[in-house]
Design a protein around this ligand. Structure first.
Ligand SMILES: Cc1ncc(COP(=O)(O)O)c(C=O)c1O
Length: 398
């Protein structure tokens, strides 16, 4: 009966991060102690003040359907956040709240792409951008930035990739999987390229906004002339440790917000009522827990980076945000151990899972087969143990 499946379903890949965690679980079921550094999930729990707000909302009767683009009080809290923290003015009809930023990004692809339309992905890209574009029958165009440019795309690279089929450009800053953060100057230079094309949009994924070690967060929407051309995507999963709540949002021109809301109305409707009430509290409440999480990630970044750079052949980048590091492991390609030859980053990630019992994600899932992604959303103890085991497994490759 498999032939009943659509080309759409057959053409997309299982999310590489979820696949790795499934393989890790299988090893665990066999009795192995596997350390998982593969998922993009904070190891912190949601702060209590946010949980309390959700409980209160449940008691207050927030148990019903919500307006598709979000509760009015959340949309207005999001507008206040943009104005207060980002210097960007939006009206509530420009905001659409979704069941996670992933749905926001998917709504955008469905709303903007006709078959064959191109989307430029700054590469390394977040794993789902690629397949979301394909589900919407668009064509993902990878523009690659290497470690020697801190994995950040240069304006001339962007310019060379634009064609008359390009609908939008998508990138995250702070970036998953590299942790790179585009500076104000870099964003300005990129915005010049965008603005030189009359009908080109940018989807700026800022979900790691609050996990920034370099100080202030800049959005490409802040660059002169860019607010009308930019869709800012954000959410609660990372900065507030709310992955399971499934809450994301975007700010966009009204015509596009309306189209995304229409698409969402036929797919899932509005996000959970009591979650949205708690999200208002998250945005308006104290940011102590968020700052604490960011400070902790920053310390762990140093630990992981120092350890990685001490391993022969590994070149680790220096992430300025998020909770990932994206070391270049190409030194190990072509080496063998246990009768296994490492041809690419997929092989290396599987080798580390099997012989170091550490789950990472192959860089090929993010468009760069010379790297692996290591998440440091784990305790110091786990990170130290994982790095000991990685070092020992790599030393056996020759
Ligand atoms: C860059 C990026 N964008 C979007 C998402 C999706 O977030 P959400 O949990 O809000 O769907 C993630 C989650 O890993 C991410 O890393």
């Amino acid at each position: 009966m498999q032939e009943l499946l659509s080309k759409r379903a057959l053409n997309i890949a299982e999310s590489a991060t979820l696949k790795m965690s499934r393989l890790a679980q299988e090893l665990r079921a066999e009795g192995h102690d596997v350390i998982s550094l593969s998922l993009g999930e904070p190891d912190f729990d949601t702060p209590d003040y946010i949980k309390d707000a959700a409980t209160q909302a449940l008691h207050d009767g927030y148990t019903k359907y919500t307006p598709v683009p979000g509760l009015p009080e959340l949309r207005s809290a999001i507008c206040s956040k943009f104005s207060r923290e980002n210097g960007l003015d939006y009206s509530p009809d420009q905001i659409v709240v979704s069941n996670g930023a992933k749905q926001t990004i998917s709504n955008l692809a469905m709303a903007l792409l006709n078959p064959g339309d191109e989307v430029i992905l700054f590469t390394p890209y977040w794993v789902s951008y690629f397949d979301i574009v394909r589900v919407a029958e668009g064509v993902p165009i990878a523009v690659s930035a290497e470690i020697n440019q801190d994995y950040k795309v240069r304006p001339e690279q962007l310019s060379n990739a634009i064609t008359d089929r390009t609908k939008y450009v998508i990138f995250s800053s702070p970036c998953n999987p590299t942790g790179s953060v585009y500076s104000e100057e870099e964003l300005l230079a990129l915005s010049q390229v965008i603005l030189s094309h009359e009908k080109l949009l940018v989807v700026s994924d800022e979900i790691y906004e609050y996990i920034n070690f370099s100080g202030k967060h800049y959005s490409i929407a802040n660059c002169p002339g860019m607010q009308e051309r930019t869709i800012v995507v954000n959410g609660f999963s990372k900065g507030f440790a709310m992955t399971g709540w499934r809450l994301g949002y975007m700010a966009a021109p009204v015509w596009l917000a309306k189209a995304c809301s229409k698409i969402q109305s036929q797919c899932t409707s509005g996000a959970t009522a009591f979650g949205q009430k708690a999200a208002v509290t998250a945005l308006e409440g104290e940011r102590g827990p968020t700052r604490h999480m960011c400070d902790t990630y920053k310390k762990r970044k140093k630990l992981v980076r120092d350890r990685l750079n001490a391993i022969p052949g590994i070149k680790a980048n220096d992430p300025d945000g998020a909770f990932y590091i994206f070391p270049d492991i190409s030194y190990y390609l072509g080496k063998s151990s246990h009768n296994q030859r490492i041809e690419n980053s997929d092989d290396l990630a599987l080798y580390l899972l099997e012989y170091a019992h550490v789950a990472t994600v192959s860089g090929s899932a993010f468009g760069n087969p010379k790297c692996i992604r290591i998440s440091f959303a784990a305790s110091d103890e786990q990170l130290i143990k994982a790095l000991d085991q990685i070092e020992s497994a790599l030393s056996k490759l020759n």
